[in-house]
Ligand binder design. Sequence first.
Ligand SMILES: [Zn+2]
Length: 365
Amino acid sequence: MLNKEFLDTLTPVEIQMVHQYINILFKNKITSSTANYENLETSVDECPYCHCKHIVRNGHNNKTGRQRYLCKNKECGHTFEATTNTFFSHSKAKYQTWLTFIGCEVVGLSLRQESVITGVSVTGCFNMRHKLYNALRDYQQSQKLKGTCEVDATYVPINLKGWNPDDMPRFSKRRGKHKPDSQHPNLRGISHHKICIVSAVDEYDHILFRIAGLGQETFEMYNKFKDHFSEKCMIVADSKPCIAEFASANHLEADIIPSGEFKSPKLNTLAALNQLHQEFSELIRRKHGVGTRHLQGYIDWLVMTKRLRYRTDAKKMNTEIYMNIMKNSVNWTTDDICHIPMPIDLDEAYYEFMTDVNQLHQHIS
Ligand SMILES: [Zn+2]
């Protein structure tokens, strides 16, 4: 086993030999044609369909020569390969392309820039991006908030980027000054046109950052995520009744910052959370707005990379992310990306326009 203890026993000249040997391996094994399959082929230990461990080797794929397996579970009986139902099952991009792409995402490049660097088309990069983000969908679930925990909400407007105009549930916004009439009632500043994102950061930098619903934050929105908080959390928040209610309903200690002040009685602030909100609005600005359908994906990516930055060298970030996602099951074709369910109910958001839209449709037909 090549571990640190073993390496510590080596003399300088032996280490030099190992180093040269690894360099040769590196040059031979990692080339532009290295497939993702090669990272997975030695670690097949269960059926990707039923997770049964009783699997046998079952010949090779005629075209690619890759090892095939058969599941011996009588109710399943699927044949599969190392990449089946993993992150790479529908991906043509090679190992190096994925590493480069992940690096581009870490520094926040645009799809056009990523396309130039990776040689993949802009659409291909779009698909890779959302596949990557989707692989992180359970990342926040695995983080339980502990200790002192700053809690607050932030808001973004609904964004229908990428929607077919015929499916739009609202009229286009009219710019400039205009008088409200029956078709364009004055509905400025309606609160349920904004998306509420509940957020929390604890003293160990665990993060909760999830879309909670439409309109002003409520007790129910916070309570949806109560499982993210461990029993001994202390909630630090502004003096909002819904957060105090959330804390008391879940028997959590609360340290409330009085209105008009920056510090709580126990001298806590919302500084870490405000920093996160700032990074979030910076991300939205840099992307020129993010479609609501993909919003949680962008948030998950922000949360994951922020966590990773605390403990990983910039050089290693892409390989670390690659290792995190490679066994993750994203059984996705590119077609599914445009059909991610909306995280909010558009009918609820735009109900006051709905009668008008119906009238309009009648008028057209
Ligand atoms: Zn099976």
